[in-house]
Design a protein around this ligand. Structure first.
Ligand SMILES: N[C@@H](CCSCCCCC(=O)O)C(=O)O
Ligand SMILES: [Zn+2]
Length: 373
């Protein structure tokens, strides 16, 4: 890791220098599969109840090449915790404290940065009150400022208005702020197009803008390209970020994967392969996006694929590649000759993997209004 003057250089120094920043992957969905998060609530009390599980997943993303460790503070606003009713004895302050300690501990093992995360609130939908919603983000920011975090990520917002309020509050910390919306090319839930969303976020003070979650990687890259065009048209500049799903969702639009019949417990057939992730990382890089990570469905081996695809640009491979071999090279030691023959890029890059489910459709019908026409 390059250290400037002994200090781990920050997110904007890295992006301004043209570096690729590899993000980490999905936490609530991955930890739900491991038995530490309750689906539907998706609240992060496991940071207090099972710190070892959160630490382990942080460690795996770091080993896979992540340059940023996000705090496990998704859906951690007090109103979300109260509404969910799933957490009665653990407070948002306790979760935030534990999550910052865990992310900081692991980030320091690999010279990674710590990003404090805030996400959409039930209060916004209930009250649409700027004052009430901003007070929630201020409370979360104050918790974060008691800890050593490098920058903020405002993530998983489907109304740009609420994300702008979050950026305006977090900017008062004078730390860099990234903002990613869970929107499709069709725009946010109020129909604000991606380019306009990006302009509003940058005007509110966001240093980095993009998307996270809801849709597959290539759709995510397409949406961020629209954000980039909107910024250029407005004469504004910002770094670009993409942290999409690790699932294929070609039939979805503004509702994303939440509108699919398979959400959330039968998404496995849609999982990306590591080779799909190579293609995604290259497309994102060609689009000028330099903060490239993942969200729900992104396991550590997916993050490793981003780091491997961009290893020439980054000048190094992640520690996790010690156990991989680029493009399956390690298969040359397999006992079966036909498997040994697959130790090459051309085989994996061109394979169209079967699903193994002859009776299943290749695509579903998302809930009304949320399907691509
Ligand atoms: N950084 C977070 C993002 C979670 S994105 C959305 C998870 C499901 C939301 C829902 O269905 O309400 C994480 O990785 O857990
Ligand atoms: Zn997600």
């Amino acid at each position: 890791r390059v250290l400037w003057g002994g200090k781990r250089h920050g997110i904007l120094e890295r992006l301004n220098a043209g570096e690729v920043v590899v993000g980490d992957g999905g936490y609530v969905m991955q930890l739900e599969r491991r038995g530490y998060v309750k689906a539907g609530h998706w609240t992060p009390e496991a940071a207090v109840e099972h710190p070892e599980a959160v630490r382990q997943l942080h460690k795996e993303f770091l080993r896979a090449g992540a340059d940023v460790i996000q705090t496990f503070t998704f859906y951690c606003s007090d109103d979300k915790l109260e509404l969910s009713g799933n957490v009665t004895t653990i407070t948002g302050a306790q979760i935030n404290d534990a999550a910052c300690n865990l992310a900081g501990e692991v980030a320091n093992e690999g010279g990674a940065l710590v990003a404090g995360g805030v996400s959409q609130t039930p209060c916004y939908l209930k009250t649409n009150s700027e004052t009430e919603v901003k007070a929630i983000f201020k409370k979360q920011m104050d918790y974060f400022l008691q800890k050593d975090i490098d920058f903020f990520i405002v993530e998983f917002f489907e109304h740009v208005e609420e994300a702008v309020w979050a950026v305006e509050v977090l900017k008062s910390s004078r730390k860099p702020v990234a903002a990613t919306l869970c929107i499709a090319p069709q725009g946010d839930m109020n129909g604000v197009p991606p380019g306009e969303c990006a302009v509003r976020l940058v005007k509110a003070g966001a240093d980095i803008v993009g998307i996270n979650c809801h849709l597959d990687p290539l759709t995510g890259v397409r949406t961020v390209k629209m954000m980039k065009e909107g910024l250029e048209k407005a004469g504004l500049r910002a770094h670009l970020m993409v942290q999409p799903l690790g699932f294929h969702t070609p039939e979805c639009n503004i509702g994303g994967y939440v509108s699919l019949p398979e959400f959330p417990f039968a998404l496995e057939t849609r999982a990306m392969t590591r080779w799909d992730v190579h293609k995604y990382a290259r497309e994102a890089y060609k689009a000028g996006i330099r903060y490239i990570g993942g969200c729900c469905g992104f396991e550590p081996y997916h993050i490793r694929a981003i780091a491997e695809e961009l290893s020439a640009e980054r000048g190094f491979l992640p520690p996790g590649s010690e156990k991989h071999g680029l493009w399956g090279a390690a298969l040359e030691f397999h006992t079966k000759p036909w498997v040994r023959a697959r130790a090459r890029r051309e085989y994996w890059e061109n394979l169209l993997p079967a699903s193994g489910r002859p009776k299943c459709p290749s695509m579903a019908t998302p809930a009304d209004g949320y399907q691509n026409d």
